[in-house]
Design a protein around this ligand. Structure first.
Ligand code: SAM
Length: 294
């Protein structure tokens, strides 16, 4: 049950500041409004509700709204102004742990247009692309915005090309729901076909998650600065191979393709073993540098 809405009307007041009553405020004994805890939950922000069976629900805090489950409902106003990390009780029964979602939580729970890149690949991808604050990045396709929000949070300045208008709009909603509308200063998206070309020049990075990245290699070669990095995420090794084959003829070197395996462990008393289930396959990450011959 995912309940996430636009954050355009989010309350952006700083709740941690508190209220200074000033020198003319009433004397001892007067009722003072309770000061909200530091970093209190605010209207407009997403929170994760986790029940006793570890089911997770993503909710955007909205005055007047209610979260409903089989154990009853919780009024959002019971959460606004309180700390994360608390446990609240639904009106009939059942406790819910209340936490701000991490980036990985949000990516797995947010509404999707296109399939997202999973957190296990997003982390390594940040390092393989060597994303840094202020990096000028061309990203395509934008899809649901999972990769966008990961690179934006690491400080990148992104131009996103996406061929589908509906996906673009979903990505912008997701990105602003997690990072706030101020991030749009560093996130410009355009509805366009990346196979037809890239307008930007002097880019630091080109990061691709679209079906035929080899069609972008010649454009990336013209748009990346010398030493710049190209990265492509591809679900199949056949795509990775075709992309790799396109790289040398367009002046890319130092290429490498990696797959990320992430195996969690069950640790409970004497029962210590790998979990029975894992996400066995998602995709391949290929990265290379733009080399200039003197
Ligand atoms: C798997 S999704 C990307 C998901 C995204 N990386 C994320 O993490 O949310 C692939 C996207 O590439 C877009 N796409 C496919 N061909 C394209 C092209 N030629 N130019 C721009 N976007 C394209 C699709 O519309 C789709 O949204």
């Amino acid at each position: 049950m995912t309940d996430i809405t636009d954050t355009a009307d989010a309350d952006t007041d700083d709740p941690g500041t508190g209220i200074d009553p000033g020198p003319d405020a009433g004397g001892p004994g007067d009722e003072q409004p309770a000061e909200p805890p530091p970093r209190a939950l605010r209207a407009g922000e997403p929170v994760l509700l986790i029940d006793s069976k570890q089911r997770r629900y993503l909710v955007t805090l909205t005055p007047g709204a209610e979260f409903h489950s089989h154990t009853g409902f919780i009024r959002h106003e019971e959460l606004i102004g309180r700390s994360e990390g608390i446990t609240v009780r639904a009106n009939r029964s059942g406790n819910f742990l209340v936490l701000r979602p991490t980036l990985a939580d949000f990516v797995l729970k947010m509404p999707r247009g296109a399939q997202v890149i999973y957190p296990k690949d997003l982390g390594p991808l940040l390092l393989l692309a060597d994303i840094f604050p202020g990096a000028r990045v061309l990203e395509s396709g934008v899809g649901s915005g999972a990769l966008s929000m990961t690179m934006l949070r690491a400080g990148a300045d992104i131009i996103g090309y996406e061929v589908r208008a509906d996906f673009l709009s979903r990505a912008v909603k997701n990105v602003t729901a997690f990072l706030g509308p101020e991030v749009l200063d560093r996130y410009r998206v355009e509805e366009r076909d990346t196979y037809a070309g890239i307008d930007e020049t002097d880019l630091d990075r080109v990061v691709l998650d679209l079906p035929e990245p080899w069609q972008v290699s010649p454009h990336a070669a013209r748009s990346l600065r010398p030493g710049g990095i190209i990265v492509a995420y591809t679900p199949t090794i056949v795509q990775a191979v075709q992309f790799r084959e396109s790289l040398p003829e367009h002046g890319f070197g130092q290429a490498e393709t990696v797959e990320v395996l992430n195996r969690s462990w069950h640790i409970d008393g004497q029962s210590v073993r790998p979990d029975h289930r894992m996400v066995a396959h998602t995709g391949f990450l290929t990265h290379a540098r733009r080399i200039v011959t003197a």
